[in-house]
Design a binder for this molecule. Structure first.
Ligand code: SAM
Length: 231
């Protein structure tokens, strides 16, 4: 299957393993991953965030309940929301999540946004699990496209050592553990190149932030809700 489907399948498998109730997808773009996650039975709250409203709206209708969803209500409640905003800014609507996914997002961030990102996601949102995927620069030599980066909007592409040192430092600072994996295997004999997409899975080391601790995080709402569906 194409690489993007392998990334989404990786998230689906992780949802199957950890059974999160509340999942947020940061940089959700056209909401393809959210559409897939809608069918995961553990999920009761699903939120998407992107800086670009128009890309979120392209297929937004697919997140709406179908007539059959009303005729045969699911066993569990499900609320799906979409928000316009930046991962460089904190908003209370992103508190209390179990799993936060950032698929092919960080390489699109300006340096100033990338600097704020760890504090927003790991410090403020502080979900139990964070998944971050990003291109592995070392794999580019094996790709037909000989441009420096895989996409003109990429601000950087990190090799394995660069991604891992950033991830380890972030995990250390915010008290998470991190494990590295990826999708898109290198050819036999070239294993040292690593996966085409590198993935870090971060797990919070300290216990659940209780409601009271969350209310001690007074922040003004800055994101704009652009969609809400209740199943
Ligand atoms: N996660 C999706 C996927 O895997 O198919 C889409 C990834 S797309 C390559 C990167 C997305 O990040 C774009 O939709 C872009 O608008 C969004 N983005 C860029 N900067 C952002 C920011 N500061 N905050 C939130 N989203 C941002």
């Amino acid at each position: 299957p194409p690489l993007y489907k392998q990334r989404y399948q990786f998230i689906k498998d992780l949802v199957g393993k950890y059974k999160p109730k509340k999942v947020a997808d940061l940089g959700c773009a056209d909401c393809t991953l959210l559409q897939m996650l809608k069918f995961c039975s553990s999920i009761e709250v699903l939120a998407g965030l992107d800086i670009c409203t128009s890309v979120m709206k392209e297929n937004m209708h697919r997140l709406s309940p179908l007539p059959g969803d009303y005729l045969q209500p699911a066993e569990r409640p499900l609320t799906v929301t979409l928000h316009q905003g930046s991962v460089a800014h904190k908003d209370p609507c992103m508190l209390g999540f179990d799993l936060v996914t950032c698929i092919e997002l960080i390489e699109h961030l300006e340096q100033s946004e990338l600097m704020k990102f760890p504090e927003v996601v790991f410090g403020f949102m502080a979900p139990r699990i964070v998944v971050i995927s990003t291109p592995n620069f070392e794999f580019n030599a094996l790709l037909p496209n000989k441009a420096l980066f895989r996409h003109p909007d990429h601000k950087f592409e990190w090799n394995q050592a660069q991604f891992q040192s950033w991830a380890l430092e972030t995990a250390r600072r915010y008290d998470y553990s991190v494990e590295f994996t990826g999708v898109g295997h290198p050819p036999t004999g070239m294993e040292n190149v690593g996966f085409c997409t590198q993935i870090g899975v971060f797990v919070r080391k300290y216990p659940q932030t209780c409601e009271s601790a969350q209310s001690e995080k007074p922040t003004e709402a800055v994101y704009k809700m652009v969609f809400r569906a209740v199943y």
